[in-house]
Design a protein around this ligand. Structure first.
Ligand code: HEM
Length: 366
């Protein structure tokens, strides 16, 4: 029989709890706050590991064609877990902020050129989410490659060969049925509603007695500008152009499918896909919050000094917080929603497919 399991051995505490070495002690001046600094980073890295495990499992489930409905539920649960971990990681900076800038100065000079910039797990997470895809027009891979050693660069190269979460979600959306049927195309029905909304807006402006002719023309111009932003959804060439400019990331078909899910989310079969999209948007949002919170904490600690990793410091971090988005298309769906009361009704056969069907037999009925 195996030996009785012992808590310390199971959790390998001898390794973990002996993995905090103060570099300030090596220079003969042990800094009280360095232990907190190390433990905070290690705690982050442990949670990054868990987030990566969840993201890997989600990517694995999304490689199936088609993705079974029960697995969509599992994906939703796992994204939920990722998001709760990120909540914790955002708030965890508050603990490190109990160290003051002056306390940090006791050991900061010993850290160069090491930096969170070299966090392999953070880079892998970005790559697995699909940030490289989303940023292909704005950031050069060499920028952060230069900070990594050969072993870590090879790992990133390997990850970049794999399909990212973004690409897998896009493919899953593209495969969604329900948008077309005989004599029915979702986006054409949607377009009719959009046109009628704008026609009504124009009419209301023209009939408004309190507006001068000049004010009317100005409002009509605004309505037209707004209408044009919808135009891309019906015009493949225009959509492709905007995609090149980074306005949209998903393919047009994937974007339309996401819009369909958002509009018809009350149908039972659309609820899980809707929650999946919502979970992804929250994931992106929380990563942004993490970056913002980290940047503000760094500002308190180092002001406008450059980072130990050699970047411009807080300026770089703030920029990344704003620009490093993967699932912005999902967040932006809100711009394309229409009031539920004006939603075009679905053809009967599609509406039927989107309901769960329960077979009740005679014994159950009595
Ligand atoms: C005193 C506390 C901290 C300061 C002053 C600080 C500062 C910085 C700065 C200035 C950068 C930009 C790169 C550079 O030039 O070094 C950076 C990057 C980074 N730091 Fe921190 N950091 C702190 C704590 C943390 C903690 C606790 C984590 C948790 C893992 C962390 C993770 C990262 C990551 C992942 C990056 C890369 C971000 C990106 O490229 O988008 N940092 N940090």
């Amino acid at each position: 029989m195996a030996d009785a399991l012992y808590y310390r051995d199971y959790l390998q505490l001898d390794k973990i709890l002996n993995a905090q070495h103060l570099i300030s002690a090596d220079y003969g001046e042990p800094a009280h706050d360095e232990l907190l600094f190390i433990i905070t980073h290690q705690a982050y890295e442990l949670w990054f590991k868990q987030v990566l495990a969840e993201v890997d499992s989600v990517r694995q489930l999304l490689t199936q064609r088609p993705v079974p409905e029960k697995d969509v539920a599992t994906i939703v649960f796992r994204l939920g877990r990722v998001n709760r971990i990120l909540d914790l990681l955002v708030s965890q900076f508050g603990i490190l902020e109990t160290m003051t800038a002056l306390d940090f100065m006791r050991f900061r000079q010993f850290l160069f050129p090491a930096s969170g910039f070299q966090s392999l797990q953070f880079r892998v997470l970005q790559a697995k989410m699909g940030l490289q895809d989303a940023l292909r027009h704005t950031i050069k891979r060499e920028f952060f490659y230069a900070a990594l050693d050969e072993r870590d660069r090879a790992i990133i190269d390997q990850v970049l060969q794999e399909p990212s979460l973004f690409r897998l979600v896009e493919r899953w959306l593209e495969a969604m049925p329900f948008m077309e049927a005989e004599n029915y195309t979702f986006w054409e029905e949607y377009r009719k509603v959009i046109e009628s909304i704008y026609a009504r807006d124009r009419e209301l402006i023209l009939q408004e007695p309190t507006l001068t002719e000049e004010e009317k023309q100005e409002r009509l111009r605004q309505v037209e500008l707004n209408r044009q932003s919808f135009e891309a959804l019906f015009d493949e060439a225009l959509y492709a152009e905007l995609q090149k400019q980074g306005v949209f990331s998903f393919s047009l078909r994937a974007f339309r499918a996401a819009l369909f899910i958002a509009l018809y989310r009350d149908y039972p079969l659309m609820q899980l896909p809707y929650r999946l999209l919502d979970g992804l948007a929250e994931f992106d949002e929380l990563m942004g919050l993490w970056r913002y919170r980290h940047a503000r904490m760094a500002a308190r600690m180092i002001g406008s000094r450059i980072g130990t990793g050699g970047s411009s410091g807080v300026e770089y971090l703030m920029n990344a917080a704003v620009r490093h988005k993967v699932f912005e298309d999902i967040t932006n769906l809100s711009s394309f929603l229409i009031p539920p009361q004006q939603l075009p009704p679905l053809p009967e056969d599609i509406a039927r497919q989107l309901h769960f069907v329960y077979e009740v037999n005679e014994t159950q009925r009595n």
